[in-house]
Design a protein around this ligand. Sequence first.
Ligand code: PMV
Length: 359
Amino acid sequence: MKSEEDFVETHLKEVEGASVWESPSNIALVKYWGKYGTQYPQNPSLSFTLSKCITKTSISFVPKEIKNRDFSFDFKFEGNNSPAFHPKIQTFLERIDCYVPFVRQHHLKIESVNSFPHSSGIASSASAMSALALGIMSMEKKINPTISDAYFFLKASFLARLGSGSAARSLKGPIVSWGKTDVIEGSSDLYGTALDSKIHPIFEEYQDTILLIDKGQKKVSSSVGHNLMNNHPYAATRFNQAYINFKKLITILSQGNLTEFISLVESEALTLHALMMASQPYFILMQPNTLKVLNRVWEYRQDNNSSLCFTLDAGANVHLLYPKSEKDEVLKFIKEELSCYCQNGKFIEDQIGNGAKKV
Ligand code: PMV
């Protein structure tokens, strides 16, 4: 297992180059909610890597003309200069500075596009931060070509985590954990680990249709949200529950018991929201239409003997998870009975994926 010191690059060289990476979003089944220190999770989490919800980021770099210690970068989002994103990128570069000191020697031109509509309320920080981290690692590879592929991705996950915790789980697929636990060999609080145990075939090409219930800005940023777990009355119980659920989920994923899968995944989603409702200050991030969808999903499952279930991010949108064998019927149900609860009738058809790719 690696420690933080193992990720310090000491080579400093001025180079020119460019790279383009596509990195996906992910959806947590056991949720990360609560952190400490420099983005260490309070409990292990586990996610399905997505396939179509991706951020594509190109980074080109040249040696800086003025040799000062400032970071130098331009950022374009979907073709437009986007100063609103600068503070996030600046903070990210400051956090990763000691591991990638060569970044300060260069001017970076960063351009990003998302495959999903901007402000769709989809957690884009995982795909965005992982794509950015990969671009930085491509710079490192140019400066130090001796680094192995395994190290490249491990460090990309390590850097991505410093941008957004859940981003550590986006580099690889189809199922990735993050956070130290006895159940996963080599697991760490520092980076994500792709599950290498045998997964039941029912989860192959597992579907995730994302219902865009509310495209508005997040009411609570995830940093603020995680901090609400400090001094939260249920914190210790929650972290312990997440360890237990993580362990259970590993068994479920290998045995393919969908009844247990549904019960665990939906409980995790509702627990996340319950924690927010029980924080000080408190938040309700579900919308009336979120609740309507959840109730319809429960009815549909009962009436059709289906394995359709839901999970939620820290927002109003609903991720509907189901086996590929149910795709036609579930999509019909979504179009006919759930799309009316989505803003402009919009939803995204995605499925479990294999992680980031170089373009
Ligand atoms: O990566 P962050 O800091 O945006 O936190 C993500 C938190 C959840 O999406 C709610 C849960 C998770 O594990 O992805």
